[in-house]
Ligand binder design. Structure first.
Ligand code: PMP
Length: 438
């Protein structure tokens, strides 16, 4: 196609979308989104052939990269078989995907309930916890995102919850650890961890711990700033849950499946949750799929008594076949190990160097292929860098063919996990020059 045909294709898609697509989280009148035409590995391109190195993984889900040939082939093969098998029948792909997921989860978590999305995984996790404990309260962190269905958005602690209030009854929010903007005036990781745990202990005490069904948290907080918990924190939360018979739900929708260099981020610590929610990276979003990994204790509750919940597509055969193939590919290609090396050899040293070189960087934090660079107008006051300057940084990166993920005053560096070390180095160079422009 000639360039002008490509342009008219782009304009046609934009026009149709403006007329007919009701878009997430947006004022519908002011949309100006780039139509995408293709992708490969860590790159995508538009209809005019502009190619971008992707630091977003779309919504932090394309962990295996775009159009992975083996995954595409596995999906094509599965599409030729019986693609939709209701949850009332057994299917090979669902059984196999459940085996592969549960074998990678912590010990004693042998069952998987499949959903279509992360939010549905969260809905079912809270229902499992409530039914198992016979209690109704749910504790979740302020700095969290758990999805946009009714229950999941109620658990979400950040501002996106407010438009859906009043939410689910029984939800209580608490402050988790975030040393850079500590809610506890802490100045070390250890203080932050201890004070956050004390705050959670007191919150539980005043809520009546015997009414609390579950504490849900993101093992590494994603959308709200890539917050890696300090040493001892998750262990402390687990201990509080054990003391009071409370279920611990690890929301791994964003952090799971290689993003942090482990199958599940919580495996960086010696903590076993009771429920794990997952989606996104399980099959890199090639087909919608999510799920809950369930402890043996919770699943035993439903041996005699039926679980009062289900979805037409709980374990959709095509989606499950894609998950099984994706997990096998990650294993064969050593993608977890690749992410760990990317962290050690490129992202951690490279981003730390950016913080040393640029006054505008207030904080750098992350793990694996899961990083945030938090930008400030003033290092002393930590005043967040404004939207106009953030926009200039984004534009400078895009002009050099790197697509950044800007969230408030942060650049989240969350590329496909298959990004090569050279590509990642180039992305950091471009980001460095963009930072010089503010
Ligand atoms: N939990 C977390 C931690 C997430 O990051 C997300 C999505 N960003 C969700 C839940 C919701 O997932 P979905 O958008 O697939 O419903």
């Amino acid at each position: 196609m000639s360039l002008s045909t490509e342009q008219s294709q782009r304009d046609h898609i934009k026009e149709l979308s403006r007329k007919h697509v009701f878009t997430s989280w947006s004022a519908q009148g002011a949309l100006d989104q780039l139509p995408l035409a293709g992708g490969e590995g860590a790159h995508f391109w538009d209809h005019e052939g502009n190619r971008y190195l992707d630091l977003t993984s779309q919504l932090v889900n394309v962990n295996i990269g775009y159009q992975h040939p083996k995954l595409v082939a596995a999906i094509q093969e599965a599409a030729g078989q019986l693609v939709t098998i209701g949850p009332g029948f057994d299917s090979e792909s669902r059984a196999e995907a459940a085996r592969l997921v549960s074998e990678r989860a912590p010990e004693g978590m042998n069952k998987v309930f499949f959903t279509n999305s992360g939010a549905e995984a969260v809905e079912n996790a809270i229902r499992l916890a409530r039914l198992h404990t016979g209690r109704h309260k749910l504790l979740a962190a302020y700095r969290s995102y758990h999805g946009a269905t009714h229950g999941a958005i109620s658990l979400t602690g950040e501002g996106r919850r407010l438009g859906s209030e009043p939410g689910l009854p029984g939800v209580v929010h608490f402050w988790g650890p975030y040393l850079y903007r500590s809610a506890f005036y802490a100045s070390t990781e250890q203080e932050e961890s201890e004070r956050a745990l004390e705050h959670l202990r007191q919150t539980l005490q005043f809520e009546g711990p015997d009414r609390v069904a579950a504490i849900i948290l993101e093992s590494v907080v994603g959308s709200n700033g890539i917050l890696v918990p300090p040493a001892g924190y998750l262990e402390g939360v687990r201990a509080l849950c054990d003391e009071h018979g409370i279920m611990l739900i690890a929301d791994e929708v964003m952090a799971g499946f290689a993003r942090t260099g482990q199958w599940f981020a919580i495996q960086h610590w010696d903590v076993r949750p009771d429920l794990i929610t997952f989606a996104k990276g399980v099959n890199s979003g090639y087909v919608p799929l999510g799920g809950v990994v369930i402890s043996d204790e919770i699943s035993a509750t439903f041996n005699e008594r039926p679980y009062p919940g289900g979805l037409t597509y709980s374990g959709h055969a095509l989606a499950c076949a894609s998950a099984a193939a994706s997990i096998n590919i990650m294993e064969e290609e050593g993608i977890l190990e690749h992410v760990r090396q990317l962290d050690e050899q490129v992202l951690r040293p490279g981003l730390t160097a950016l913080a040393e070189q640029h006054e505008v960087v207030g904080d750098v934090r992350g793990i694996g292929a899961f990083w945030a660079v938090e930008l400030v107008a003033d290092r002393e006051t930590k005043e967040p860098l404004g939207a106009e300057a953030m926009g200039r940084i984004a534009a400078a990166c895009k002009a050099e063919g790197v697509w950044p993920l800007i969230v408030a005053n942060r650049v989240h560096v969350v590329p496909p996990c298959v990004i090569t070390q050279d590509e990642a180095r180039r992305a950091l160079e471009v980001l460095g020059s963009a930072l010089s422009s503010v």
